[in-house]
Design a protein around this ligand. Sequence first.
Ligand code: ADP
Length: 499
Amino acid sequence: MRNGYAYCQIIYEKGDAVDFIHEEVNKGYEQLTGLKNVVGRKITEVLPGILESNPEFLEKHFRVVETGIPDQFEIYLEALKKWFDISVYSPKKGYFVAMFDDISERKRQEIELKKMCEKLTAAKEHAEECGRLKTAFLANISHEIRTPMNGILGFSELLKDPYLSGEEHAEYVDLIYQSGQRMQAIINDLIDITRIEAGEAKLQIAETPVNRLFHFLHGFFKPEIDKKGLYLNCTTALPDEDSILLTDGLKLNQILTNLIQNALKFTDKGGIDFGYTRKDGTLQFYVIDSGIGIPDNMKEKIFERFRRVDNPLNRRHEGAGLGLHISRGYVEMLGGTIWVESIEGKGSKFFFTLPCNLPVSSVKQSHPPIIQDIVDAVPGVTILIAEDETMSSFLLKKILKGEHITILSAVNGQEAVVLVDRHPEINLVLIDIQMPVMDGFEATSLIKKIRPELPVIVQTAVSTKETIKKAAQAGCDGFITKPINMNKLLEMMQELLNR
Ligand code: ADP
């Protein structure tokens, strides 16, 4: 429906259209434009500046008048802050009739729709990118898990051969162990990523002897470096006794291990320099290699999860694309930044900073506990292991193997409670959470009712906040996650037995 019309005469100056004058308008025109008493007045009078800000406005009317061909167009008049749909025809030379409609609302909706479409397109592209990453991730993860799985299953099968030489036997066991470690590394990476992204990763700030960590890493990587015929240089900026940093040592170790592992993976000639320097209140750590380098367009992206430079289906190197994402997460949690400088074909330099928190006191020199310490602390110690999985219980017994340690076993929570009741000589209980008949939570609270002073360490593969809270509510004295870190377990046992 056309709401307004105007009948106008074009005004010429030296043959050019310069303005038009209103001859006749209807009420709709006045309502739509908000202009009153326009008849006999030029458009430049009633809407000053209109021709300058909309040159095509006059031009389009003029063309209809000159050619006699009707036209229809949409135009935005800034002065009125409105969109109009205008149909123009010329009934006689020099004159035109313009019928127009206010389409501002439709235009507003169109603009919003366009914005929404743009957002949807961006979301679609993001989803597609996520989809591509997911595919790459699954391709990587399935490779990363299948390869060590193959190693473990394949070599376990070979171990059954009774005619194996001692050397072969040792080699297969070593390969099974390495495969297990690789599996554990990928699982740890996945757990770390989940924790970082859920904001659940916790820092354990303590006095960390940085130089000692560097010497350890140098020794740890040296055999692999030698195998590849590379060099490995380690430079520390502070004297050993001053190189104590207040930070999370385990996370620092993990960041450096990730970077050195990558350097080793992507370097075939030359070698690796790693170390740290002291700069404006921070320690700046570096790992520099002379490897394949990183293309410019990937220098930021490789810190995103699942990002790898090479095509996952065309892989030359192992990796799920998680290490750098985790490293960046940890560096940022520790108050630093991480970045890379690299030239393709020449090598890469990874840097990260940490605040230079040097403690006032010096570190306590303590050695990790050994089984003898426990035996010395409590002569004739008796430990109850409650664990339904034969493999885990076997491993615990091996860790605790000692002449003067007596081990009692239970395969479910109920058995554990009965044994505690019958054996007052038990000094400590190691209990699993997920067990048949009665779980570790219930068993712990019953054990604590029978002997409140008896230390109970809960061990589990699931270390969520919820589990830890439930274990504490049941009254446990220590909590340890599987795979069990032997030193940590012994340390905890020693402390509880000495109480
Ligand atoms: P992963 O190495 O397990 O794939 P990372 O997150 O540690 O995962 O690294 C992501 C990617 O960054 C690697 O796949 C590799 O393409 C690139 N990259 C990392 N470090 C280096 C390096 N020192 N030299 C060359 N490329 C590297």
